[in-house]
Ligand binder design. Structure first.
Ligand code: S3P
Length: 179
């Protein structure tokens, strides 16, 4: 069984996934990191040179590969939820957790990062709100959602661990859950 973190940019997926993997003694993977490693360039350069559609194809390829693994915490890019085939693949052997945050918090957390091509616009807050609205039904497909706006990464990890332990027999590393 894998644990997959989805959610909008800046909701804390990467840091929480890393800490969660450590807490549960699972392996950690980040789909954006895998794509960058494979292409040898940053996400922003992939968007710029080859376009979003090319990036989405790569993303689906990587998702299908990681979905066949076991015992991994997988941090997925914010747009992974948009393709049904991605979600179908991930759900086969995965518990899907969505991290959310308010537009204000997302703006704060993403403001200084230049590797998010979808937020390279003049009015970032407006863009964040638009994308959140469009994507809400897709993020809602997760098994459960945690609003991270006012939580530390440690608190988020503990909430996830608590939810996993309620799902008896689903999270493979249950032995760690009582620690
Ligand atoms: C994207 C989110 C990014 C990255 C790409 C597209 C999106 O990942 O995959 O820039 O469509 O929301 P993070 O959510 O890790 O920033």
């Amino acid at each position: 069984m894998n644990i997959i973190l989805t959610g909008f940019m800046g909701t804390g997926k990467s840091i929480v996934s890393r800490k969660l993997a450590k807490r549960l003694g699972m392996s950690y993977l980040d789909t954006d990191e895998l794509i960058e490693k494979r292409e040898g360039i940053k996400i922003s350069a992939i968007f710029q040179e080859k376009g979003e559609e090319y990036f989405r194809q790569l993303e689906t390829q990587v998702i299908k590969e990681v979905a066949s693994l076991d015992n991994h915490v997988i941090s997925s890019g914010g747009g992974v939820v948009l393709r049904e085939e991605n979600m179908t693949a991930l759900k086969k052997n995965g518990f899907i957790i969505c991290l959310s945050a308010s537009p204000e918090v997302i703006l704060q957390r993403t403001a200084n990062n230049r590797n998010r091509p979808l937020l390279e616009v003049n009015d970032q807050k407006k863009r964040i709100k638009e994308l959140l609205k469009i994507r809400k039904p897709f993020y809602d497909k997760a098994d459960f959602t945690i609003d991270t706006s006012n939580l530390s990464s440690e608190e988020i990890v503990e909430r996830i661990v608590a939810r996993c332990s309620q799902r008896k027999g689903r999270c493979k590393n249950e032995a760690y859950l009582s620690h």
